[in-house]
Design a protein around this ligand. Structure first.
Ligand code: PLP
Length: 368
């Protein structure tokens, strides 16, 4: 039919999620179908092996200590809710600098916690001196990479918060950066991501990581009579995870593909992925700094995200570059929410090749 040609025109998605699929996904999908992955029972040996494989590959990739558990949810959005339900009775504290960190805070408010926030404007990072959770704080919620504005938290700042507040649990949203950041896991009690960002997978799977301190907190809350939710409470997830199973019929294909892509990434090595990410980000920031039209939206270099590069410009130029890119079959992300007309967001995930990032850098450089 006449439209077939357009329908199947391959495009590069440099959008910050969903994004371009990791380049090995197509082959893994075919293998999954051949191996009946979408048909087997989630109580079968094949599923248990798949679950264990994915968890082990993630442990290697993230350099995760043994005292952390890995479980699967429907999304990162779900994990926001689960963390509030399972790891706090009353007092949560949130760093907010954009739409995603704000939603984490809003969830705590909706779940009737006494949630406090330290908020800074979009495209800005946090002043360590002003992070002051009160003594009764049970849970500190951080966002490593604020996807809506391209602001990242320096790892050293996360470590400093832990040093200053050793009692509270620390939760880290790393949805649009994992597996890029090299974390010190002693500084974090729980972390999470979904797979359609840096892992280059179809959406519909969340990964939730938590340590023994979180397990103890959830148990204590449960014993005090608090509801932790139902099937995806920490005790329920954990009692299934020890058997390499999930409470519900999960996204088996998603779990399978995540294991395969994590294995591919391990073959490449986390260090090489970090190096490539830094190289591509440096290229983008360097042309943005020299441009007369576009500017990096995040002014302070130490807060600039390496995985979501955000630029600002006049609305007519934003519109023009998005169109120019599309002519070359490259889809660049628009600004988020109210920043839609004045910013662009360029995803720089492990799947994005140096070639495509160089193309975009040239486009910015030669823009007139
Ligand atoms: C995308 C995103 C989320 C939400 O992920 P879902 O898969 O839509 O639930 C949460 N936090 C950040 C930082 C994100 O970028």
């Amino acid at each position: 039919m006449w439209f077939t040609k357009f329908q199947f025109m391959k495009k590069s998605f440099l959008t910050p999620g969903p994004s371009e699929l990791y380049f090995t996904v197509e082959d893994h999908l075919k293998t999954a179908l051949k191996e009946n992955i979408c048909e087997v029972s989630h109580r079968s040996k094949i599923f248990q092996q798949t679950f264990l494989h994915t968890v082990n590959e993630l442990r290697t990739l993230l350099n995760l200590p043994q005292n952390f558990h890995v479980v699967f949810t429907a999304s990162a959005t779900e994990v926001w809710e689960r963390i509030i339900e399972n790891l706090s009775a009353k007092h949560t504290y949130h760093l907010v600098n954009g739409s995603f960190s704000s939603k984490f805070y809003e969830f705590a408010v909706q779940l009737q916690r006494q949630a406090l926030k330290y908020q800074v404007p979009e495209n800005q990072g946090f002043d360590l001196e002003k992070i002051n959770p009160p003594a009764e704080t049970e849970l500190i919620c951080l966002t490593h990479n604020e996807t809506s504005t391209g602001v990242s938290m320096p790892i050293a700042d996360i470590d400093a918060i832990r040093k200053k507040y050793p009692e509270a649990l620390i939760a880290l949203d790393m949805v649009s950066s994992a597996p890029y950041p090299e974390l010190n896991w002693e500084s974090i009690d729980t972390a999470f991501f979904s797979v359609q960002k840096c892992f280059g997978l179809p959406a519909g799977l969340g990964v939730w990581i938590f340590n023994e301190k979180c397990v103890a907190k959830a148990q204590a809350l449960q014993q005090s009579g608090q509801s932790l939710g139902t099937y995806h409470s920490i005790p329920s997830l954990l009692s299934n995870a020890v058997k390499n199973e999930t409470p519900e019929t999960p996204n088996v294909l998603g779990i399978y593909l995540l294991g395969k892509v994590a294995e591919d990434m391990n073959r490449r090595g986390a260090a090489v992925i970090r190096q490539d990410t830094n190289y591509k980000a440096a290229l983008l920031y360097s042309v943005l700094e020299k441009s007369n039209v576009f500017k990096p939206a995040v002014k302070e270099k130490k807060f600039r995200s390496q995985t979501v590069v955000v630029a600002e410009a006049a609305p007519e130029n934003i519109k023009k570059i998005l169109e120019e890119a599309e002519k070359q079959h490259i889809i660049i992300g628009t600004g988020y929410g109210k920043l839609k007309d004045t910013q662009i967001r360029i995803a720089n995930f492990p799947t994005h090749s140096k070639e495509v990032i160089e193309k975009v850098a040239n486009m910015i450089q030669n823009f007139s």
